[in-house]
Design a protein around this ligand. Sequence first.
Ligand SMILES: Cc1cc2nc3c(=O)[nH]c(=O)nc-3n(C[C@H](O)[C@H](O)[C@H](O)COP(=O)(O)OP(=O)(O)OC[C@H]3O[C@@H](n4cnc5c(N)ncnc54)[C@H](O)[C@@H]3O)c2cc1C
Length: 353
Amino acid sequence: MAEKVVIIGSGPAGWSAAIYAARASLSPLLFEGTVKPEMIPLGQLAYTTEVENYPGFPFGNIHGFVQSAVDKDRHWNLPDPPDHKKDGQYHYAVQGTELMELMKQQALNFDTRVVEDDIVDIDVTSRPYKVIPAGGEPIETHAIIIATGARANYLGLPSEEEYKNKGVSACAVCDGALPTFHAKPLAVVGAGDSAVEEATYLANLKSAVKVHMIVRRDEMRASKIMQQRAFDNPKIEVHWNQVVDEVLGDGNLVTGLRLKSTVDDSTSELAVGGMFVAIGHTPNTSFLGGKVAMNDKGYIQWTLPFRTNTSVEGVFAAGDVADDYYRQAITSAGTGCMAALDVERYLADKGIE
Ligand SMILES: Cc1cc2nc3c(=O)[nH]c(=O)nc-3n(C[C@H](O)[C@H](O)[C@H](O)COP(=O)(O)OP(=O)(O)OC[C@H]3O[C@@H](n4cnc5c(N)ncnc54)[C@H](O)[C@@H]3O)c2cc1C
């Protein structure tokens, strides 16, 4: 018998969709994405430490709560708690992996079935549709929720990798206000609209000292109005014709960047306490082979306002895979919820029980 709904992806969008679908008795089957190297089981938040902006998780004894809520056989995956205590108890904001394990637990509590595999293709030529796992037989399903997220693009330097979560980030809105970056000069690498947005966000923080924009050419790709916003901000300084040659650090945190001129290859050092890479994201949509309409950047297009419908009836999209604008855990969770409700109504309309 065909599944009612298959959910592809194990980030905030996927788990939120699963919680809603499971509680609506749709018995969802969720594929986590665990096989190919570019997969991120539990989604992008698994790459980060404390998440200070997810509502419902103020600083507190998160460790105790997580230990009590998450099944013991998954405790191995929980990170050590940060060493912040108050009155002898842990006192910190939920860490990315903890938050994701909690979401997964909530979905499991309502009997979501979880498969540790990737989906490598879908067949939407006839109903029921099929999803094709990397390591198994095709699965028939009446509805599909695509929640496969997007990956931040990085420069690819080994030193950048070494300092991820120690001063290297790909999200100013997520990380800019963290203590690591407090009252330090910072750098933003990139020249598009989102790079200017990141730089402006950082420059407008109360603790902002200086934001250096590192731009490869002698002009920016950002729209004129966005560029002007950077030029007008006294805390933003643009470094033209420069690329990052090396991220410098003291072993614990970023302390600077070695820049290289794209004009004459000369190098210079810039003292910064953080580097924000803003050179775009890659949505995880290649496995769809263009069977669902996408925009020119490869993001799935929502086809109705305030709905998660795609160009294919019965296929819905949630989270960063369809959103290159907000890209936050809470917005992904929100559209995950919407996708499950959209599926529920779609199946009811079709008389599928
Ligand atoms: C370093 C970092 C820090 C961040 N900090 C914050 C923060 O503090 N606050 C905040 O709100 N946001 C933060 N974000 C952004 C946030 O993580 C994302 O907006 C959010 O995770 C997107 O959720 P999603 O469910 O849409 O996709 P993702 O989290 O990207 O999850 C996608 C999932 O789909 C799976 N997948 C992909 N392809 C397939 C396939 N073919 N088959 C099966 N599964 C597949 C992947 O393995 C993954 O599990 C941060 C991002 C990064 C990178």
